[in-house]
Write a protein that binds this ligand. Sequence first.
Ligand code: PEP
Length: 253
Amino acid sequence: MRKKLVAGNWKMNLDWNEAMTLMAEVAKAMEGIDNGPDVALFPPFPYLRHFHEFLKDKGSAVEVGAQDCSAHKSGAYTGEISASMIKSLGAKYCIIGHSERRQYHRESSDVLASKVILALENGLTPIFCVGETLQEREDENQTFVIDQQMDGALFELSPEDFSKLIIAYEPVWAIGTGMTATSEQAQDMHEFIRALVQGKYGKAVADQCSILYGGSIKPDNAAKIFSQPDVDGGLIGGASLKVADFMEIVRAT
Ligand code: PEP
């Protein structure tokens, strides 16, 4: 049985007090949930350690993750934060290749491949994001683009390492736009991604690979998308900033 995960990507939002309040509210709301999906919060870097300690003190099942990591191990890289630092702060997961990183920081497949390797070497679970732009979908190139993104950054990994990561399919045109993929579009792409994994690593690895959907998931569309057989949960942006919405999405998973 594949793991289901709901991951809240807070991006560069919320000051310290707002973040503490929201995190504590999510932890409290999670106390009432039995047999739900795994849940993780991805706050800005400076909050990671405190979140981890607070959640462990409360005995909460909520985990924390980072929104990115450096492609370098250590050294003279001003402003960068390494995978080993993130691990030492208590994070379990690390998002890699989010479309905002690809777009605004021009992160190439080679850079992303290095990040994935460093995250894995440091015991973090990478959540590797792939997704096509609106133009690429209109040109019916979405499968080609996803194939390239997967092949360019992941397919040099050993089957053992690949088995440790999670994929997130996030069509760029659906992120923060309110335009969600239909459940059929999501299922088609998730099925395609699983077939790619199967082609490279075999059925056993493909069957256990969790593939999240991300892109304008809200309480009113979550259940339909999450009910698709190849959708194993979601990466949630905007809706993760409101406890009621986020918890409705968790309950729908
Ligand atoms: C995201 O940024 O990963 C995301 C899915 O954002 P939103 O839910 O706001 O579209």
